[in-house]
Design a protein around this ligand. Sequence first.
Ligand code: URA
Length: 235
Amino acid sequence: MRADKLLASMGFGSRKEVKNLLKQGGFTVNDTVVKDGKTHVNPETDTLEVFGERLHYKPFVYLMMNKPEGVISATEDKRERTVIDLLEPEDALYEPFPVGRLDKDTTGLMLLTNDGQLAHKLTSPKKKVDKMYRVHVDKPVDKEDMSALERGIELDDGYVTKPAVVKVLNEKEKDVLHLTIQEGKFHQVKRMFQACGKRVVALKRERIGPLDLDETLALGTYRELTEDELEKLLD
Ligand code: URA
């Protein structure tokens, strides 16, 4: 495989960062410096080093799943089916884990990876990554609900949420919305609407940071991220 692809797949950064690493002469194949990203290397048989450190080839995997209802976002569970149970054995082999949590009855965008650094970047509250949900509630929302959600609303445990972005998607019924938040407290979206006297009847995550759910993915199916998607996430 190409040297640049291999280095990117092992977490040495974006395309640009990998290019820099190669330019600096940081990558050697069988003790020879390789600066051209197009060079073919065989991670199974070649001796690869980055700045003198031997590489042990375990590529990162980045999978986008359209999570169905009825599975939990954990790696294993004694009773419940998990998102990992939906993977083909050749993907499960790399031991990906779900980035962030979705409730058992929540559907939509679930990223699965074994890249711990990226997972941290996307889930740490300090990084303020937007998560956009499509929310269907049991009653129409009014102006007061909207401004309370936008300002920050007190949840049942006294926690006041950070400001959210809210957009009503059906002006007539006013019960389907996009809610964008940067936090991920336990059942946060459901509890935010509960605080407005509404019950969430369907919840779907549609976006994490720059990554949009591929709506052509059937529920319960997944695919690898495209190079463009990965590049945007790693930037
Ligand atoms: N907020 C919730 O209440 N549930 C989810 O699954 C995700 C966010």
